[in-house]
Design a protein around this ligand. Structure first.
Ligand code: ATP
Length: 233
């Protein structure tokens, strides 16, 4: 479904990604793990076209999407739930969800999908008219995921959904991620919590200083000595 070939990205003089290649097959949960600053967020931002690569290619269902605009990437079926949640703090929960559907014009479909999100995340339903900035961290993360899902993506890019959240909330969020995947959404998951990510993924890639260093089945990576020593504690 997604094929990244030899992607390199620079920020001025800093090389953030170097010859990164990875694939995500339809129906999979694939995780990208690695230390702070390894280039995980940059990878997702490049797929969404929020960052332009210096070289390399991004194919989506066989089509080259490397030079699309960010809105065209969403239109193609790829949604991004960014790191740090980035919900619109001064807008209500409902407004944030409507924003996630900004490219859709099926008013009734949007309404129905919002209600569906409230079933998946009842706390969001209870707080539908509340300003997003007043939600707890966990609720903001739920909103960020729900907002991304409002574009009806085939592929969801999830950046650090567990960041800064209590274990109970993290469990809840991962349960939803697995359910989303079962409902047909393919997922590329960036996580610092490597154990949790690998436990919930089919395959994984380890990134170090902008380079993919290890890749394999998630179950193999969980018992890989190099991965264990560096990332699983
Ligand atoms: P984190 O978990 O901290 O987000 P990451 O693995 O996602 O880490 P990136 O955020 O992709 O890593 O950063 C990769 C490298 O690029 C780092 O060296 C970082 O300092 C640098 N970098 C990221 N964004 C920018 C930017 N906008 N301008 C300059 N350098 C950047």
């Amino acid at each position: 479904m997604l094929e990244i070939n030899n992607l390199s990205v620079n920020y001025g003089g800093i090389q953030a990604l170097q010859d990164v290649s990875l694939t995500v097959n339809e129906g999979e949960v694939v995780t990208l793990i690695g230390a702070n600053g390894a280039g995980k967020t940059t990878t997702l931002r490049t797929i969404s076209r929020l960052v332009s690569p210096r070289s390399g290619q991004i194919l989506y269902n066989g089509k080259n999407i490397t030079s699309l605009r960010p809105d065209q990437v969403v239109q193609a079926g790829i949604a991004h739930s960014p790191e740090g949640r980035r919900v619109l703090a001064r807008q209500t929960v409902l407004d944030n969800l409507e924003l996630g559907a900004f490219l859709r014009s099926d008013r009734w479909g949007i309404k129905a999908d919002i209600e569906k999100q409230f079933q998946i995340f009842p706390r969001l339903g209870e707080r539908r008219d509340q300003l997003a900035g007043t939600l707890s961290g966990g609720e903001q993360q739920m909103l960020a995921i729900a907002r991304a899902v409002m574009s009806r993506p085939k592929l969801l890019l999830l950046d650090e959904p567990s960041l800064g959240l209590a274990p109970q909330i993290v469990r809840e969020i991962f349960k939803t991620i697995v359910e989303l995947n079962k409902s047909g959404v393919t997922i590329l998951l960036v996580e610092q919590n490597a154990t949790l990510a690998l436990q919930n993924a089919n395959r994984g890639y380890v990134m170090e200083s902008g380079i993919i260093t290890i890749e394999g089945q998630a179950s193999d990576l969980l018992i890989d000595e190099r991965v264990r020593q560096a990332y699983l504690g």
